[in-house]
Design a protein around this ligand. Structure first.
Ligand code: SF4
Length: 386
């Protein structure tokens, strides 16, 4: 923490983390595992001169293997898992009418904002940990068991578009048996730095695939990277769970787009209505929260991302110079890449992910089970107002 104060651009702090990870990789006693958030793959290429909006998923995986990570996992898998857990939570809350609106909890900037500014609405936050934290918890339990490795010798590194995730990963409650779920968070920029330090010719890398069991994700997991994506992913699954059968509904265009506040009224197959608000930027979130507190708005589901445009435009993403920004809308180009990746995937609904089905069958039981609560859910604390 101190370095952030000493070094206003965070460069010192960034470099410290990179050196820690090189040290862990060189330690033969450690199994060092990495996972990457959805928004990283649509921006990392910019650091190597590729046009904004280029998808580099396969090259990113190849680079991570070359750097020396023992397993390369996809946080998108846990985004699918989040939808199973949070979708089930939403269905339950709609039935009981309690703690509505359900507010998403995958953005630590937003969660902290609620803790500081709206402590009387902490119960409205989904109890789901954010996807990379869920995946970290599973790596140190389910995966450790499968590999027959002591979880204390596993190091989990998350590559995130986000600087707030560094703080999040150190939260005491995001741990299990005295181990943090995630040990280190690196930003997209820091990963680029590591790739450069390793002397890897990124642009000419051949595509490689993520490792299993956390390597398969659906289009729903991918769209978490753009504002509106979590809401859309949840709706894809909640619709079918409520209907009890397969449906053609995949695209929910009403929640897409980079406007700061979007509203949509969605009728579920059982007639229940979900008034949804999708918000990006904390100034917009404050406006909506004040309307809710005054009783002027009535929602059942709210998605909030602290960064304008969502994680594609997070604080850890490549910095685009002013001249380029005048010619291209970075948020639109990166979010187009996210929705293209979604469309390119054979499975686009979280509950259809075969590895998700498998982990419930083999390990977790069912969404919101006792074990799910123990590993995948968390709680929040009121913090001083600012
Ligand atoms: Fe982090 Fe911004 Fe994404 Fe929130 S919206 S998780 S602060 S990158």
């Amino acid at each position: 923490g101190q370095c952030i104060l000493a070094c206003p651009v965070g460069a010192l702090y960034e470099h410290e983390n990179i050196n820690d990870i090189w040290r862990e990789i060189e330690n033969p006693d450690k199994l060092v595992v990495v996972q990457t958030a959805p928004a990283v793959r649509v921006a990392l290429g910019e650091e190597f001169g590729l046009p904004i909006g280029t998808r580099v998923t396969g090259k990113m995986v190849a680079a991570l293997r070359k750097i020396g990570f023992d397993k390369v996992f996809d946080t998108d898998f846990a985004a699918d898992l989040t939808i199973m857990e949070e979708g089930t939570e939403l269905i339950k809350r709609l039935e009981t009418g309690e703690n509505l609106p359900l507010m998403t909890s995958c953005c630590p900037g937003w969660v902290k904002f609620v803790e500081h500014n709206f402590p009387n609405m902490l119960e409205n936050l989904s109890t789901c940990k954010s996807p990379h934290e869920m995946e970290g918890a599973l790596i140190k339990s389910y995966f450790a068991k499968r590999m027959n490795v002591d979880p204390k010798n596993i190091v989990v590194v998350s590559i995130m578009p986000c600087t707030a995730k560094k703080f999040e990963s150190q939260r005491e409650e995001l741990s299990n048996q005295q181990m943090q779920d995630v040990d280190y968070v690196l930003t997209t920029r820091e990963l680029a730095q590591m790739i450069k330090e390793a002397g890897i010719d990124f642009v000419n890398l051949k595509d490689e695939e993520f490792d299993n069991p956390f390597g398969e994700a659906t289009g729903a997991g991918v769209i978490f990277g753009a504002t509106g994506g979590v809401a859309e992913a949840a709706l894809r699954t909640v619709f079918e769970l409520v209907a009890g059968k397969d449906l053609d509904t995949v695209d929910f265009n009403a929640v897409r787009g980079i406007e700061g506040i979007k509203e949509a009224t969605i009728e579920l197959p059982n007639g229940a209505v979900i008034n949804t608000a999708v918000i990006n930027g904390l100034g917009n979130a404050r406006k909506v929260m004040e309307l809710i507190q005054k009783g002027e708005k009535n929602y059942q589901f709210i998605e909030v991302m602290a960064c304008p445009g969502g994680c594609i435009n997070g604080g850890g993403q490549p910095i685009v110079d002013k001249e380029t920004r005048e010619n291209i809308d970075v948020k639109i180009a990166r979010s187009k890449a996210i929705y293209d990746e979604d469309k390119s995937l054979p499975i686009r609904k979280s509950h259809k992910n075969p590895y998700i089905k498998k982990i419930y069958d083999e390990f977790l039981g069912e969404p919101n089970s006792h074990l799910s609560h123990q590993l995948l859910h968390t709680n929040y604390v009121a913090r001083e107002k600012f």
